[in-house]
Design a binder for this molecule. Structure first.
Ligand SMILES: C[S@@+](CC[C@H](N)C(=O)[O-])C[C@H]1O[C@@H](n2cnc3c(N)ncnc32)[C@H](O)[C@@H]1O
Length: 229
């Protein structure tokens, strides 16, 4: 499958059955046990990241790009903390859901700018660019280009999370059930941390903080990469 086909599949999935499934997982309504576990794991990733950013003490007014924002699980707390957030996703349904959730949660204050866009078409400059749990849709040979592009938008910091490949077989099996079609497992790309670090370092980034969130069905390695100015 070519990268374009991959993206078409991802876009269509997150505008249809994937949207229904993930907006429930990233919500607070009733879900099954596996989905609840993933919800809790993902929330831990968001909470850890918000903890890092809040500890720095400069979130108010900070320009942040949330690339592949989903339903706004990170976008909203970032805006609540005063950041100026630009949020985008390849799926129009995800973006519309994020916009609606943000309007309710933020009561019209400090609303993020939302856009439907493939993250490789994003432009602009932001202090911090964040891309959580999106790399699962990128095969290894597309990672360097993706990191290079997101890095070109970031003035000081690039934060990414991905499913680590060390847990490949167990994680793939578990992640696989969330993707449609006969070749569903092949569309969940897991990555070796060393490969992601290498791709970041090749673009001049240095790893500042890292964490691993691990529940029964959710695995996510998060890296904060910085550039000294
Ligand atoms: C697992 S969800 C994570 C959403 C969000 N980052 C979060 O952590 O709550 C993956 C999201 O990435 C989006 N996505 C996948 N490929 C993308 C691309 N090339 N450009 C922009 N968004 C993309 C999907 O539409 C989906 O909303």
């Amino acid at each position: 499958m070519t990268a374009t086909d991959d993206k078409t599949v991802v876009r269509e999935y997150f505008n249809a059955t994937g949207f229904d499934r993930w907006q429930r997982i990233y919500g607070d309504g009733e879900v099954n046990k596996v989905q609840l576990d993933i919800r809790k794991g993902h929330q831990q990733t968001v909470d850890t990241l918000m903890g890092w950013l809040e500890a720095d003490g400069n979130l108010a007014g900070l320009s942040c790009c949330d690339a592949g924002c989903g339903v706004g699980s990170l976008t909203i707390p970032l805006a609540q903390a005063g950041a100026q957030v630009y949020a985008s996703d390849i799926s129009a349904k995800m973006v519309e859901e994020a916009r609606q959730r943000a309007e309710v949660a933020l009561e019209g204050k400090n609303l993020p700018t939302f856009e439907v866009k493939d993250l490789e078409e994003l432009a602009g400059r932001y202090h911090t660019v964040i891309c959580l749990d999106v790399l699962i849709h990128y095969p290894q040979d597309k990672v360097q280009g993706m990191i290079s592009h997101l890095g070109s938008l970031a003035e000081s910091r690039l934060i990414m999370s991905f499913a680590p490949k060390t847990l490949f077989y167990s994680a793939l099996k578990k992640v696989g059930e969330f993707f449609p079609g006969p070749s569903k497992t092949t569309r969940a790309y897991l990555h070796r941390e060393a490969d992601i670090v290498k791709a970041l370092e090749a673009e001049g980034w240095r790893i500042e903080r890292r964490t691993l969130t691990k529940t029964q069905f959710y695995f996510s390695r998060m890296l904060e990469a910085v550039k000294d100015q």
